[in-house]
Design a protein. Structure first.
Length: 135
């Protein structure tokens, strides 16, 4: 992971789309089943849409039926941080980009795989880089 990225609110507003700003900087949530990566099955890496940090690999993505891209684990553990979220009268675990502090989504203890986790991530918080065939 690189140096932490610190920008003013005005800089983030200028660089991100309104939807990305609402989710990444204000901890919003995109409506379920509307994100561009919900049903993406291509091989590649999902990066933070705000700073480009590598976050989730396609081989950990699964269909959770929740309406958001879901992953069993981060691709680079140090690039993802979590903290308690008590908003909306409930306790959840928020997932954020460690490099820029952008809100990505939440992690829940109801996923498949050995760790039993489901990283439920907003599509607009992500950029996808498909794997390229090597020659």
């Amino acid at each position: 992971m690189g140096e932490p990225i610190e920008k003013s609110d005005a800089e983030w507003r200028e660089e991100l789309t309104p939807e990305q700003y609402e989710v990444l900087r204000r901890k919003g949530t995109e409506p379920p089943f509307t994100g561009k990566y919900v049903h993406n099955h291509d091989d590649g890496m999902y990066h933070c849409a705000a700073c480009g940090a590598a976050l989730f690999a396609s081989d950990t993505k699964f269909e959770s039926g929740t309406g958001w891209p879901s992953f069993t684990s981060p691709a680079v553990a140090d690039n993802v941080i979590t903290e308690d979220d008590f908003a909306h009268g409930m306790h959840r675990i928020e997932v954020m980009c460690a490099q820029c502090g952008g809100h990505l989504g939440h992690v829940f203890p109801d996923g498949p795989g050995p760790n039993g986790l489901r990283y439920c991530i907003n599509s607009c918080s992500l950029d996808f880089a498909p794997e390229t065939a090597s020659s």
